[in-house]
Design a protein around this ligand. Structure first.
Ligand code: CA
Ligand code: CA
Length: 212
C-alpha cells in the first residue's frame, strides 16, 4: 500500500536589495509565478565542488509571466531537524546564512536561480521529514521535500549511509530524507539513486563543518 509523505504547504515571502526587482505592486498583494523542483537532494563533494547530482533550479516570474532577473531566491532548511547544510557550500554564487540554515542565489537574466546544496544527516531520522522552503523577497514560493545521500554526515557517501538507508526503508516509515526520487515513498528506485550517487565518486567528502 503506497505510503504518503506529508503534504507541504505552499505560501509566500521577500528579500531586498537595491538591485532586486520589487515584488509588490501598488495596491496589490505581492505574488509571483515560480517553478520549483519536485524535491531537492543535499549532496557531498569531491573536496573541490559539490556533486552535480544535487543541482536544481528555481524560476521566478511576475504575474504577467515575465522572468524576474536579479532577485534573491532563498532556500530555508531551518525546520529540518535531522539534516544540516555544510558551513562551506564551495560555491561563490551562493550566500549562506549558516546560523539560520538558509542559502540564497540571485536569479539570472531569465529569472533562474541555480543551486547545488552541500549537506547531510548526522544521526537517526528525527521526523518523517520537513520541507525545504523557498522564498523570494520575503514571499514563500513553496515547499518541497528534501533528502540527503550522506545520511550519517561523515565519510562522504559510503557504506554506512547505505546501512542507514536500509534501516529507514525497513522501518516502513517513509522518511523523506531517504526518498531520493521524489516519489513520496522509500523503495527500490531510491536505492538505485543512492547506488548511482555512490558509484559516481563525486560525493566522497562530507561537510568540513556543519551549520547548526
Ligand atoms: Ca556518510
Ligand atoms: Ca522514492
Amino acid at each position: 500500500m503506497p505510503r504518503s509523505i506529508r503534504t507541504f504547504m505552499l505560501g509566500f515571502a521577500v528579500a531586498s536589495s537595491q538591485i532586486l526587482v520589487p515584488c509588490a505592486r501598488a495596491g496589490l498583494p505581492p505574488t509571483f509565478n515560480a517553478t520549483l523542483p519536485p524535491c531537492i537532494r543535499l549532496v557531498g563533494s569531491d573536496g573541490v565542488q559539490a556533486s552535480p547530482s544535487g543541482a536544481f533550479q528555481v524560476v521566478v516570474r511576475d504575474l504577467a509571466n515575465n522572468p524576474m532577473p536579479f532577485v534573491a531566491v532563498v532556500v530555508d532548511l531551518s525546520g529540518a531537524p535531522d539534516l544540516r547544510m555544510c558551513g562551506d557550500q564551495l560555491d561563490a554564487s551562493l550566500t549562506l546564512d549558516c546560523a539560520h540554515a538558509k542559502v540564497s542565489a540571485l536569479t539570472d537574466a531569465n529569472g533562474i536561480a541555480r543551486f547545488t546544496l552541500l549537506g547531510g544527516g548526522f544521526g537517526p531520522a528525527l521526523t518523517i521529514g520537513y520541507p525545504a522552503q523557498f522564498y523570494c523577497q520575503g514571499i514563500l514560493l513553496g515547499s518541497v521535500p528534501v533528502s540527503s545521500y550522506d545520511l550519517d554526515g561523515q565519510g562522504g557517501v559510503s557504506a554506512n549511509d547505505l546501512s542507514v538507508w536500509l534501516a529507514e526503508f525497513a522501518s516502513g516509515t517513509p522518511y523523506v530524507r531517504s526518498d531520493f526520487d521524489c516519489s513520496g515513498d522509500v523503495g527500490a528506485n531510491d536505492l538505485s539513486f543512492w547506488l548511482a550517487a555512490f558509484a559516481s565518486g563525486t560525493q566522497i567528502g562530507s561537510c568540513g563543518s556543519t551549520c547548526p
